[in-house]
Design a protein around this ligand. Structure first.
Ligand code: GTR
Length: 441
C-alpha cells in the first residue's frame, strides 16, 4: 500500500482588470454538409455556418497588462499562469485549498486478465478530510510480456468501471449513476465496452486505466453536498464560492490523484500517460490536462461546448444552454457569460494552448453538430501560435480536413464520419498519435 498524505493548495494570484487584449483572427470557412439528426441537433440553436456571428478572440499571446508574449519562457513562466487563472475564475473554478489525506489501496491484482494478455489491477484511492471520506476506484489493465513499464491511456467513464469491460472481476459500482433508478446492476456490465479499445491498446503495448466520474462527484446538481466538494469546505461553508470549482473541476482533481498513483506504480511509465475523455468527460480531460502538466498527451473526443469548441461561434450548444442544463459543471461565475460570450476573457483555443508544448488531439464527428466540429477544429488552429513559441507545429493544415482524414503534428485532429461517440476508428488515431509522440514508431 502506498500512502501519500500531502497538502493540496492553490495559491491566489492577483491580476489586473482585463485590458483590451482581443485581436481579430481571421477564419476561413469551408462548406460542410451535415446530415440532420434530431437527437444530435436540439431545435432552436444555430447550425448554419452563415449565421455564425463575426467574433473576436482574445489573443493568447498578449498578457493581461497588454504586453506581447514573444517566447516560450514568457509563456511558460508568466502568461500560462494568467490563462490558467482566467479559466479557473471564469469557467471551471478554482480548486480550493484543503488538507486531504490520500491513501491508495491495491484491492486486487491478477496477471491472467484478457486470457493472460494483461495484468489487471484495481486500486482504491481513499480521500479523507473534515469528517468526509470518498473512495475512487482505478481499474488498470497493463500488457503482459513487455519489458519495463507501459505507457498508459487514462480516462473517466460515465457509468462505472464494470461497464467498460466484460471482465467479471470488476465489481458493479454501487454509487449513484445516471438514468433508471440510479443504481447499476450486473446487466450493465460491458455496456460501454465498445467505447474502450482495451484489447487494441494492450496489443500495441499500452495500458488502459479508467475511473467512474461519479466516484468523485455524481453528475447532478445537488448543491455540492455529495462527492469530494465537502472535503474542501471552510468552517461554515456549505457550497463552493462563485469562483470555486464545480463538477468538472472535481473530476479533473480525481484524474490528478490517479496520476499520483501512476507515479508510484513501477509498472506504469508515468511520463507517458495520455489523458482521454469523451463529451463532458472530454471537457474534463482538457481541464485535467491544462491544470496538471504531468499528463503527456491530452485527448478531447467530441468535447464540444466548454471543451474544444469555440464559444463565440454560437454554433450548436451555447454557454447559456450548457449553464442551464448542467449548472454544476462549471463555476457560478461562468453564468455571467450566458448569451454574453464576447465578454469572456478566454475562449477555448486558450484551453488547448494550455497543453503546449505537449501533444494534444481534438476529435470531432460529422453528425455531432451540437458539439460544433468546425469550432473544435478552429480552437486547435488558434492555439497554434502558442505551440509555435516552442518551435512546434500544430495542425499543419489551414483548413478543416474532410471526414476521416486525420491531420496534425503536435495538435492532432480528425472529423470522423458518424455520431457523438468514441469508436475503434477514434482509438486507432489516438494510438497512432501516441506511438508517434512517445517514439514508439
Ligand atoms: C450533452 C451536453 C454536451 C455533452 C454531452 C455528453 O447533453 O449538452 O455538452 O457534454 O451531453 O456529455 O454526453
Amino acid at each position: 500500500m502506498i500512502e501519500l498524505p500531502f497538502r493540496l493548495s492553490s495559491t491566489p494570484m492577483p491580476y489586473p482588470n482585463l485590458p483590451q487584449v482581443a485581436c481579430l483572427l481571421s477564419v476561413t470557412f469551408a462548406a460542410m454538409t451535415f446530415i440532420p439528426d434530431a437527437e444530435a441537433q436540439p431545435a432552436g440553436f444555430n447550425y448554419d455556418e452563415a449565421e455564425v456571428p463575426a467574433y473576436t478572440l482574445p489573443d493568447p499571446l498578449v498578457d493581461l497588462a497588454g504586453k506581447p508574449v514573444t517566447d516560450a519562457a514568457a509563456w511558460q513562466h508568466h502568461r500560462r499562469a494568467e490563462v490558467l487563472r482566467l479559466f479557473e475564475d471564469h469557467v471551471f473554478g478554482r480548486t480550493p485549498t484543503a488538507d486531504v489525506a490520500v491513501r491508495f489501496e491495491l484491492l486486487e491484482s491478477d496477471d491472467q486478465a484478457y486470457d493472460g494478455r494483461a495484468t489487471r489491477k484495481q486500486v482504491r484511492a481513499h480521500f479523507a478530510a473534515r469528517g468526509h471520506e470518498v473512495a475512487m476506484d482505478i481499474l488498470i489493465y497493463l500488457p503482459n510480456g513487455v519489458d519495463g513499464h507501459s505507457p498508459l491511456f487514462v480516462g473517466l467513464n460515465f457509468n462505472g468501471n464494470h461497464t467498460v469491460t466484460h471482465d467479471p472481476a470488476v465489481p458493479v459500482n454501487q454509487n449513484w449513476i445516471r438514468g433508471g433508478d440510479h443504481r447499476s446492476t450486473e446487466a450493465d456490465r460491458g455496456t460501454s465496452a465498445k467505447r474502450w479499445a482495451i484489447e487494441a491498446a494492450l496489443e500495441r503495448g499500452y495500458g488502459m486505466a479508467t475511473i467512474y466520474c461519479g466516484d468523485l462527484d455524481p453528475d447532478f446538481d445537488d448543491g455540492f453536498q455529495n462527492g469530494i466538494h465537502p472535503m474542501f469546505y471552510r468552517d461554515g461553508q456549505t457550497q463552493p464560492d462563485a469562483n470555486e470549482w464545480g463538477t468538472i473541476g472535481a473530476w479533473a482533481w480525481g484524474l490528478s490523484r490517479a496520476m499520483d498513483y501512476f507515479e508510484n506504480d513501477a509498472a506504469v511509465n508515468h511520463e507517458q500517460v495520455a489523458l482521454l475523455g469523451h463529451s463532458r468527460l472530454g471537457k474534463s480531460s482538457l481541464w485535467g490536462g491544462a491544470s496538471d502538466e504531468r499528463f503527456a498527451i491530452v485527448i478531447s473526443n467530441n468535447s464540444g461546448c466548454g471543451g474544444a469548441a469555440l464559444a463565440r461561434r454560437h454554433f450548436g450548444e451555447t454557454v447559456e444552454r450548457i449553464n442551464t442544463s448542467f449548472p454544476h459543471w462549471f463555476n457560478d461565475a461562468h453564468q455571467a457569460y450566458n448569451e454574453n460570450e464576447a465578454a469572456m476573457p478566454v475562449d477555448q483555443h486558450m484551453l488547448i494552448a494550455l497543453m503546449a508544448p505537449r501533444p494534444v488531439y481534438i476529435a470531432s464527428a460529422t453528425i455531432d453538430v451540437w458539439a460544433d466540429p468546425r469550432g473544435e477544429f478552429l480552437s486547435g488552429k488558434h492555439a497554434e501560435p502558442v505551440y509555435a513559441l516552442f518551435g512546434k507545429i500544430g495542425l499543419a493544415v489551414d483548413d478543416q480536413p474532410v471526414a476521416d482524414h486525420p491531420v496534425g503534428d503536435h495538435i492532432g485532429y480528425h472529423l470522423r464520419t458518424g455520431k457523438h461517440n468514441v469508436t475503434d476508428y477514434d482509438w486507432e488515431q489516438y494510438l497512432n498519435f501516441a506511438d508517434r509522440h512517445f517514439g514508439r514508431k
